[in-house]
Design a protein around this ligand. Structure first.
Ligand code: ASP
Length: 449
């Protein structure tokens, strides 16, 4: 049995885990009967089926999912630090780094603008907010208010300055991605400039990359179980109650994300610009999509994205190691789509007319805000106040909108994270091809079925 399981291709095992997790979680959420328990003093409490499912999910299932998330998060810093240094030294010329950076950022921005425009178009057609009456529990309002207050304290200048770490060790200890990227690039450039005398360090990093990648592959073997636990936990605790009020918002988001992934990444970038087969691309990124869907975090998915890009799609480590960590922090097409949709959703629910200028402003704001969003669960929702302001929703009203969506956000977050991660990998393939760093034989290789 164990041998048979191992012989199934990983992406299939991840999908099996995902579906079993969803089915098991939903069975708990909707299938458990009410039960009465007595404590030591004989006082009886009755728990509804859903309360019991939430308790079981949080106590018994979530820790397994969390363990998997921690295992992959643990790899982020070692992976960026080693791949990026080895990547820069492999480039051989620091000037190449500039051209790579410009292409990467330009493509990230272009896809995000496309994404938000698509989101606004779908939102205008589907009108997810019409007839929605929102209200939020006092408890949710408090939670959201607290989270928003902490987020508000960080200014743009703070964020820019954070890129330069006080000390690289502090950045590594905090798992801070951008400062780690910054220091690793400098280290790589330093090694390049030193030439022969730095040869031992270069060799050290080359072999360190191999070691960290090997650990990533090992941990990936646990992905089907981790993904299963995370999905079972989300479904057991939350179910799919989103269908009540947010159904149209969810539908608009899922539809736009799928359209964007298929047409923009698959059709335009992979097929149209790169002239490569879409099928192989989508099969190659399935592991990363499965992990993104279940963790709702692009940062936590980063090690898997790097491994998919290198192993399945033939992206050289110099590109995968630089373009993907940057993408996990600044490229958030799914988040931009979502922000555009939430703005329309709130305006429609409040009966406000959105002018053409406001549409443009929402597109621009959503693009900029998505760049600043962290690759962690719910980051996008907490930034929604900025776009709500653009369509004329007052601060107190926007708090209400955010608190209203908050309890169900995970189901939306899962899809935007899949989009964010898919976009990172599509851009990495494009940049790799333009830089002559894409092994097309690996990309075109017919993946095992
Ligand atoms: N969870 C998303 C991500 O990690 C960000 C968001 O909340 O939109 O990519």
């Amino acid at each position: 049995m164990f041998k048979n399981w191992q012989s199934i291709t990983l992406w299939k095992r991840v999908l099996i885990g995902l579906f079993i997790g969803i089915a098991f979680g939903l069975a708990l959420h909707y299938g458990l009967p009410e039960a009465t328990f007595a404590d030591e003093d004989g006082i009886e409490t009755t728990w509804s089926g859903k309360e019991r499912a939430t308790w079981i999910g949080n106590t018994w299932i979530q820790p397994f999912g969390e363990a998997f998330v921690r295992l992959i998060k643990m790899l982020i810093v070692p992976l960026i630090a080693t791949t990026l240094v080895a990547g820069v030294t492999a480039m051989g010329d620091p000037k190449k780094l500039g051209s790579l950076g410009v292409k990467t950022i330009a493509l990230y921005l272009t896809t995000t603008l496309f994404a938000v425009s698509l989101g606004l178009t779908v939102g205008t057609i589907i009108k997810p907010g019409i007839g929605v009456e929102y209200g939020a529990s006092a408890e949710n309002l408090e939670t959201v208010k607290g989270k928003l207050d902490t987020a508000k304290d960080v200014t743009f200048t703070d964020r820019m300055l954070e890129i330069i770490p006080d000390s690289p060790v502090a950045a590594w200890a905090d798992g801070a991605v951008l400062p780690t990227i910054f220091f690793s690039i400098l280290l790589g450039i330093g090694i390049l400039f030193c030439g022969k005398s730095a040869e031992p360090i270069k060799i050290f990093f080359d072999s360190a990359v191999e070691v960290v990648m090997r650990i990533t592959m090992l941990i990936m073997e646990l992905a089907p179980f981790g993904v299963c636990a995370l999905m079972a936990w989300v479904m057991a605790t939350k179910g799919i109650e989103i269908l009540n009020n947010l159904m149209w918002l969810a539908l608009a988001l899922y539809l736009t994300c799928v359209l964007h992934i298929v047409f923009v990444y698959g059709g335009i970038i992979v097929r149209g610009i790169l002239r490569l087969p879409m099928k192989q691309f989508f099969r190659g990124i399935l592991d990363a999509q499965g992990v993104a869907f279940s963790t709702a975090s692009s940062s936590a998915t980063l090690p898997i994205s790097i491994s998919c890009a290198e192993k399945n799609l033939g992206v050289d480590k110099s590109v995968a190691g630089s373009v993907l960590p940057l993408g996990a922090t600044i490229n958030m097409d799914g988040t931009a789509i979502y922000l555009g949709l939430v703005a329309l959703f709130a305006a429609q629910a409040a009966g406000l007319e959105v002018t053409f200028t406001q549409y443009l402003m929402v597109a621009l704001t959503a693009t900029l805000v998505s760049i600043g969003a962290a690759g962690i669960p719910s980051a996008g929702l907490l930034l929604a106040a900025t776009v709500l302001d653009v369509v004329g929703i007052s601060e107190s009203q926007s708090l209400l909108v955010i608190a209203f969506i908050f309890p169900f956000d995970r189901l939306l977050d899962m899809m935007r994270t899949v989009t964010n991660v898919s976009g990172d990998i599509a851009v990495a393939c494009a940049v790799a091809k333009w830089e002559g760093e894409l092994n097309e034989d690996v990309f075109r290789h017919e993946a095992e079925l």
